[in-house]
Design a protein around this ligand. Structure first.
Ligand SMILES: C[S@@+](CC[C@H](N)C(=O)[O-])C[C@H]1O[C@@H](n2cnc3c(N)ncnc32)[C@H](O)[C@@H]1O
Length: 329
């Protein structure tokens, strides 16, 4: 196909290409070609080429670039998508638009087995949501995060790929030999990478399906010997580990405060709590800090080591994390 190209001597090619790229004039759909010492750079708009290159414009047959077709190529707009393993997740209120995006995703070159649209907020004690299945037929997938694999079924368990960076931050603080209790472990995105750093992890969850996946994931990632999985309410399943924990993960943001007595009973002589909370922007860290101090009483000295906004949760509300060190008084 004949397209406008800027033709310059080969030695000037990279400098001219950079100028055209900076002016947003590169035609990404066609290949740059080199012939007889000249380089031919396809451009999107010949009339916008800088004046000193205007006499270099030629019409030329250029090969189409072989690049994967994206959903945006097919839709003419950039849809908002989230990837979880081979599942593509949408958050569309309009059913027609959701269907249009799902069709484009499946027709594109994006590797994808299933397209889901959110059908409810995250609900209930098990923190699971309902989904509309728009394409494909499964809600189970294998997600990869920082070198670890997590099998999960989004219709049965909680999992958010958006928290990957935050999880990695916490995981990186774990020392070999630490004894960790992950009180609300889900399918193991904290517990498994922590065990891979040679810590001993007790991972608890009320959701039996999550614990079944956690056990499978421990096996997939070669850490079964360092992970003990417990199905049930953490207030009832962890008595055997009283006074032992070097580190506690408390990722149940709306109601972690109701579990602080259990956390204090699990804490060893010195223990770091990674405490997640959702609070208003006016005082995002105060309620959590006060709740921890009240639960600890005179038993421990409390040092808040990190106050971190993980993400915006809703207008004027943040999902936050407090890293708090308890030292037996
Ligand atoms: C927000 S999810 C976090 C899961 C996991 N830590 C993650 O990052 O993917 C909270 C988890 O706490 C579990 N849960 C809720 N109440 C619980 C309880 N009383 N004891 C143990 N687990 C509980 C839910 O089933 C859910 O899997």
């Amino acid at each position: 196909m004949s397209v406008p190209c800027v033709a310059v001597e080969r030695e000037r090619g990279e400098a001219v290409r950079e100028r055209l790229a900076a002016a947003d004039l590169l035609d990404g759909d066609h290949e740059i070609a080199v012939e007889d010492g000249s380089i031919y750079i396809p451009v999107t708009d010949a009339s916008a080429v800088p004046a000193d290159l205007a006499d270099r414009i030629v019409e030329r047959d250029a090969a189409e670039r072989d690049r994967p077709r994206t959903p945006a190529d097919l839709l003419g707009y950039e849809p908002s998508l989230e990837r979880l393993g081979d599942i593509v997740i949408l958050d569309e209120d309009d059913d027609g638009r959701a269907r249009e995006i799902a069709d484009a995703v499946m027709a594109s070159d994006l590797p994808c087995a299933t397209v889901l649209n959110r059908a409810s907020p995250i609900e209930g004690e098990l923190r699971v949501r309902r989904w509309d299945v728009l394409a494909g037929n499964g809600t189970e997938t294998v997600h990869r995060e920082y070198g670890h694999e997590f099998a999960l079924d989004v219709a049965e368990v909680y999992f958010s790929p958006r928290l990957a960076t935050e999880r990695h931050r916490v995981v990186e603080t774990v020392e070999p030999g630490d004894f960790v209790v992950d009180m609300f472990a889900g399918v193991g995105p904290y517990a498994i990478p922590m065990a891979a750093r040679n810590s001993e992890v007790v991972a608890c969850d009320l959701n039996e399906a999550a614990i079944a996946y956690l056990e499978e994931n421990a096996e997939r990632n070669g850490v079964t010997d360092r992970v003990t999985a417990l199905a049930g309410d953490v207030r009832e399943t962890t008595d055997a580990y009283a006074d032992a924990a070097d580190r506690l993960v408390m990722n149940l943001p709306h109601s972690a405060d109701a579990f602080l007595d259990t956390a204090v009973s699990l804490a060893g002589e010195e223990c770091v709590i990674h405490y997640y909370d959702i609070q208003g922007e006016d005082d995002p860290f105060g309620p959590g800090t006060r709740a921890i101090r009240a639960a600890v009483g005179d038993e421990y000295d409390v040092a808040v080591e990190t106050e971190r906004v993980v993400r915006s949760y809703a207008p004027h509300e943040y999902n936050v994390c407090l890293d708090v060190r308890l030292t037996r008084a």
